[in-house]
Write a protein that binds this ligand. Sequence first.
Ligand SMILES: *Cc1c(COP(=O)(O)O)cnc(C)c1O
Length: 459
Amino acid sequence: MEKRSWAEPYKIKMVELLKMTTREEREKAIAEAGYNTFLLRSEDVYIDLLTDSGVSAMSDRQWAGMMLGDEAYAGSRNFYHLEETIRDYYSYKFTVPTHQGRGAENILSQILIKDGDYVPGNMYFTTTRLHQELAGGTFIDIIIDEAHDPASTHPFKGNVDFHKLNNLVNDVGADKIPYVCIATCVNMAGGQPISLDNLRELRNWCDKHDIMLVHDMTRVAENAYFIQQREDGYQNKTVKEIVFEICDLTDAATMSSKKDAMVNIGGFLAMNDADLYEKACELVVVYEGLHTYGGMAGRDMEALAIGIKESVQDDHMSARIGQIAYLGRRLEEEGVPIVKPYGGHAIFLDAKAILPHIPQAQYPAQALAAALYVESGIRAMERGVVSAGRNKETGENYMPNLELVRLTIPRRVYTQAHMDVTVESVVEVMKNANEVKGLEFTYEPKMLRFFQGTFKQIG
Ligand SMILES: *Cc1c(COP(=O)(O)O)cnc(C)c1O
């Protein structure tokens, strides 16, 4: 049958009931949570768009795989299935499972980064940068300028700016750069892809300077879908083929399988270099577990192996991205300022434009996320100055250009009607935007403050 819309290539077999709350209940809940949506109880949330991490609906096949868990301490059958799947779909020779993505980031950073090193990347990610810093490194942003401009419609905002990369090498020398870290479908840029053309050029650049290329592959399938849709020469390639081609251009990868791969927990570090693999095996037993499970149950490794295969299907990906584009289109029709082009895992509201009366130092995106929850029980997340944290040298807030609220769409979970309710709620908040108040911290954690920080309203 000819494809007409983005409708889901699956039907619903089991449902999870949601609690409906009143506005009074939600006002109380958000105040008790210190205006931080991370601190709400899930049962007080109606539509949960906090994150796409670990919240996918698994398929009947994945659930069947859970029953095939080989829970041996060492050498689980499911590990070998996972390792083989990663080799076949992602090209990497060696796999070290970890409990989730940051476990892999920790091990990789500790092995490769020395005190005083610099790690260039196409925009920071919270946990990635923190592990680089904890290992003694400094993150350097080498993404193209368009990525920091919410109004730019550049099709590949995840691309690397080679002027920035060359400047860094000229300033500090290639031997101070252990690797370049490249994310596919850059989370903090709004789920924006890197092109294969740019990635190939980066591969050559890394070869020329003898620098490793590491891949944060958390959303590689979404990136591949955008390449298929937007990049010349890829229209007739499958998502699966493009995913392999992307991975094959890189030397090693960290993966949070809670995103693309549609499992509730898990991750891995993968690589082609036998020496790096040996070092990772030594460290994984310290922080995660034996190298054939690394913090994952056998059943979870089985569900992950199956999830990887499902994640690269063209039908799955066109429904996934189609749903997000639907939400984006509807919001735009209502005049809501959002980041363009639409992201791969989320639509990002431009909080600076929606709440111009709140200065960035009073956390407008944090305030907007709280107001959206009070309006309708929808839970979103801040991606602005709170997430950016403070410069470790000066102690000053990083002031990112992008001050965003992320409406993140879990995979295979919500319907078109949920998207419609979300649009209506955002529009309602915008109508009463001038009533939204700025915030100040009442508790500010030293690291990753967006997770557990609490606030109060100003005035
Ligand atoms: C989620 C995420 C991580 C960290 O993975 P966890 O599984 O949450 O530890 C790293 N990089 C990117 C781009 C992510 O989105």
